[in-house]
Design a protein around this ligand. Structure first.
Ligand code: LLP
Length: 435
């Protein structure tokens, strides 16, 4: 339809921008991030945690794997947060954004020697040690470069979560961290302290993602502090920092009622005090608490905007609504059975009357964004919006079927910035080397 003919009062807006106009100007599929929502999410963390700790005793790092661009890195820096990165690529984007290197923590279970070297050369604040090979390679590199890098040891704490199997990270069979149960974590710490070549500042554990209860965080804290006490008794070393990781969930159409961040802050404060009292009668100081939220910072800030192509009713009774994106820009429904909902963008006051299966444009039967959603009768050429698309959609995007990746905008009142320009066929062709 002629979007100009649609009443501007009956179309969705973000930060004062009418979505049909943005789609017209920038094309679809289009991901749109609202700056104010990102800022608000950052501030929520500070508000929740600063009520329970002195400001200096909590540090919030944004887990950039949820979504990173130089503009987002700048927002995070302005908010006074740090950055958790997992690759040389993320490090390079942070560097391009001028992100303060000392506020970066470098994670990952298989960092290459080149990545570790780059991190040391750029002066990354913390390296989170994951395994023996890395411990040896980093020690060697540090020697070579004449540095004594600050590290945290990542522990596999054996904490179970009740999320999708692919989303669990802290269980005993996890691929991440030094196992706690068989004593390897302790041996590694004693080795680092004995050699003295790395500056061990703390301990880290991460139990999983999409957590909607405080228990896994509390259990991580208990394990880390108990381990620290065992080390303290032998060496007098005590951590300056402890991190129970990231993973705080958000409400989704199938699961509402995620507890507030105040509850998490309160539970961790309480657990910290209980532990310090029980292991040291309160004589050991509380280490700085480090949190690494990803999803809960950006998920709500981003939406995906698609244009509807064909509609198809099957004899089996399914009515497909085909959109111009799909599994290559959002693999989450196919990979984790993640549930999304959709909203019409024009004539938004019309009630839903038809059950649609929203499917993408890719040559895969599994390319399904939403199995069933009730919408007003939709027509070819209209727009469809998927909310809660700010986390882990674009970072896991691919060029499947050699479809160019979507454009990405950052919007605020009175301003639209192209955060990532839409890919072109030339971007795809440039990768192929002709002999
Ligand atoms: N810290 C560590 C060590 C992590 O491994 C992760 C996430 C985070 C922090 C941030 O977790 P968040 O606050 O975002 O839940 N692709 C999946 C999510 C994978 C998360 C991996 N690690 C998804 O689409 O749901």
């Amino acid at each position: 339809p002629d979007t100009a003919a649609v009443s501007t009062d009956d179309v969705l807006h973000i930060a004062g921008h009418a979505l049909p106009a943005l789609a017209e100007q920038y094309g679809t599929p289009l991901y749109i991030f609202d700056r104010a929502t990102i800022v608000h999410a950052c501030q929520r963390y500070f508000q929740a945690f600063e009520r329970y700790y002195r400001a200096s005793a909590v540090r919030i790092l944004y887990a950039s794997k949820a979504y990173l661009s130089p503009l987002v890195a700048r927002i995070i820096a302005e908010q006074g947060m740090g950055l958790d990165i997992v690759s040389g690529g993320e490090l390079t984007v942070a560097q391009r954004a001028g992100f303060p290197m000392e506020r970066i923590s470098f994670h990952g279970n298989n960092k290459s020697t080149a990545e570790l070297k780059l991190a040391l050369q750029l002066g990354v604040g913390r390296i989170i040690l994951d395994n023996w090979s890395e411990l040896e390679r980093l020690t060697h590199l540090a020697d070579e470069l004449g540095q004594r890098p600050a590290v945290l040891l990542r522990v596999a704490p054996g904490v179970e979560t009740d999320t999708h199997r692919y989303l669990q990270t802290g269980h005993a069979a996890s691929k991440f961290g030094f196992p706690l149960q068989n004593g390897e974590a302790k041996t590694a710490i004693l080795r680092i302290l004995g050699e003295g070549k790395l500056h061990l500042v703390g301990l880290h554990a991460h139990s999983g993602t999409m957590l909607r209860e405080t228990r896994p965080y509390e259990e991580c804290l208990v394990h880390l502090l108990s381990l620290a006490k065992a080390i303290y008794d032998e060496t007098q070393w005590w951590p300056e920092e402890v991190s129970p990781g990231g993973g705080w969930g958000i409400d989704t159409p199938d699961q509402l009622g995620t507890p507030g961040l105040d509850q998490l802050a309160q539970a961790l404060q309480h657990q910290m005090q209980v532990m310090l009292a029980s292991i040291s009668n309160g004589t050991l100081p509380a280490p700085t608490l480090i949190l690494e939220p990803g999803r809960s910072i950006v998920a709500r800030a981003g939406v995906a905007l698609y244009r509807i192509g064909a509609l198809k009713a099957t004899p089996a009774g399914t009515t497909y609504l085909f959109v111009d994106g799909g599994m290559a820009d959002n693999i989450r429904p196919a990979l984790y059975h993640a549930l999304y909902t959709a909203l019409p963008v024009e004539h938004i006051s019309v009630p839903g009357s038809v059950d649609y299966c929203v499917s993408g444009r890719y040559c895969e039967s599994g390319d399904m964004l939403i199995d069933n959603v009730r919408l007003p009768a939709m027509r070819e050429g209209e727009l469809l919006l998927l909310p809660l698309a700010g986390a882990y959609c674009l970072p896991m995007a691919s060029n499947y079927n050699l479809v160019p990746r979507p454009g990405v905008l950052l919007v605020e009142k009175g301003r639209v910035q192209v955060m990532e320009r839409r890919e072109t066929y030339d971007d795809i062709l440039v990768r192929y080397q002709e002999s």
